[in-house]
Design a protein around this ligand. Structure first.
Ligand code: 5GP
Ligand code: ZN
Length: 119
């Protein structure tokens, strides 16, 4: 069934607590944890507990959960005190854009100046 946990998915395992992560926030529908290879002083990943391969697929199937990710992002920014200085929410979509884990995730980046356009 759509959204069901996938046995071979790293982020399904983190969402289920089977793989450890530094969790910063959890809701009924989302989990936020620090990226293992941070690219900025704040680099948090927000994932839905349900499994969809990317943000657009999640938004089409479960739009409320997609919105929950964006709301969680702002709360992470408040927690890490980067709301005033600004932060970036990134959904890499497809391997050509750098996506390596095919379970929807938002990168929340902040705490340093961020270039635009990104590389
Ligand atoms: P993507 O490249 O798919 O947009 O992002 C995947 C992110 O997951 C990368 O930034 C990578 O550092 C992070 N990541 C990969 N494996 C792990 C892990 O086991 N734990 C944590 N906390 N982050 C991971
Ligand atoms: Zn998954």
């Amino acid at each position: 069934m759509a959204g069901e946990p996938q046995a071979d998915c790293l982020f399904c395992k983190i969402a289920a607590g089977k793989v450890p992560a530094t969790i910063v926030r959890e809701t009924d529908t989302t989990v936020a944890f620090r990226d293992i290879n941070p690219q900025a002083p704040t680099h948090v990943l927000v994932i839905p507990k349900v499994h969809y391969p990317d943000a657009a697929t999640l938004a089409a199937a479960e739009p409320q959960v997609a919105a929950d990710i964006l709301r969680a992002a702002e709360e992470i920014a408040e927690l890490d005190d980067i709301k005033e200085t600004g932060f970036r929410i990134v959904f890499n979509t497809g391997s050509g854009a750098g996506q390596t884990v095919f379970h929807t995730h938002a990168h929340i980046l902040g705490g340093r100046s961020l270039q635009w356009p990104p590389g």
